[in-house]
Design a protein around this ligand. Structure first.
Ligand code: FMN
Length: 242
């Protein structure tokens, strides 16, 4: 009997069953970040934010998923902090970045999109985080974005009440380069680290978040203008004050 897709994927992505990776075939390494055009916005120093300084063990214990938020906005310093702790670049070498989260082979294949709804000093819309520069780039002003993302998230209401929503997009060639098809396992493992840092950082901000993986892939990718293969949405997390 033929295996279903899950067990088949696990089998085909065992090292012993893997063909050579692009790296083993001497392919060129993909760029560290997707290209962009437009004028980015500078973000404040993420480490200058005065926050609650909750002890790490307390943050780990107190963390929980929050699905209800107040109307209080976040500010730009807090947005900068959340972006830095989840994807911030601490060191860049010729071929790699080293960030606030681990990543298989330092591949760091995520692009962070952030849907802004209620943030002081940032007009609502969809932005992309330029991790290498620690800047934000506005990519859409569509006033219906929040509704579209909410619908794409199977009508989960948190999208419409959060101050902002993170959408982590895999630029899969950056992971595929070193690991081939096994890289699809690693991209989802990487995503967990990113989102956990948002959970923990929220404890410092009097804010809450909830991981979202129940969404319509095609609809989310369409909102983000992604083809769904080379780049695709991986994980989503609304954030709001609680
Ligand atoms: C991979 C993953 C996907 C999740 N997807 C959703 C989701 O789509 N909607 C939601 O409300 N919660 C989602 N959650 C949150 C879980 O429901 C939550 O973590 C779980 O109920 C445990 O609660 P706690 O986080 O408060 O400990 C997800 C969590 C994970 C780790």
């Amino acid at each position: 009997m033929s295996k279903s897709i899950g067990p088949l994927f696990m089998e085909k992505t065992m090292y012993k069953n893997m063909p050579k990776t692009p790296r083993q075939n001497q392919a060129e390494k993909p760029p560290l970040q997707m290209p962009y055009s437009g004028t980015p916005i500078d973000l404040p120093n993420p480490m200058a934010l005065e926050h609650k300084d909750v002890a790490l063990d307390k943050a780990m214990i107190d963390r929980k998923s929050h699905r209800k938020y107040t109307d209080q906005p976040l500010n730009l310093k807090e947005v900068s902090y959340l972006l830095y702790v989840s994807q911030g670049v601490k060191k860049t070498t010729e071929n790699n970045t080293f960030r606030t989260v681990p990543s298989a082979g330092a591949s760091h294949a995520f692009e962070t999109y952030i849907l802004i709804r209620n943030v002081v000093d940032l007009s609502p819309g969809l932005y992309r985080y330029l991790a290498l520069e620690h800047q934000l780039l506005k990519v859409s002003d569509d006033p219906n974005l929040t509704t579209k993302v909410k619908v794409a998230c199977l009508d989960q209401p948190m999208i419409e009440t959060s101050a902002l929503t993170f959408l982590w997009v895999a630029d899969i060639k950056r992971m595929h380069y070193k690991y081939g098809e096994r890289g699809y396992r690693f991209i989802f493992l990487d995503a967990g680290h990113v989102c956990q840092n948002i959970y923990l950082a929220c404890e410092n901000l009097g804010a809450g978040t909830v991981a979202i993986a129940a969404y319509d892939d095609t609809a989310v990718n369409a909102v983000l203008k992604l083809d769904g293969e080379a780049q695709f949405a991986t994980y989503i997390a609304p954030v709001g004050k609680i």
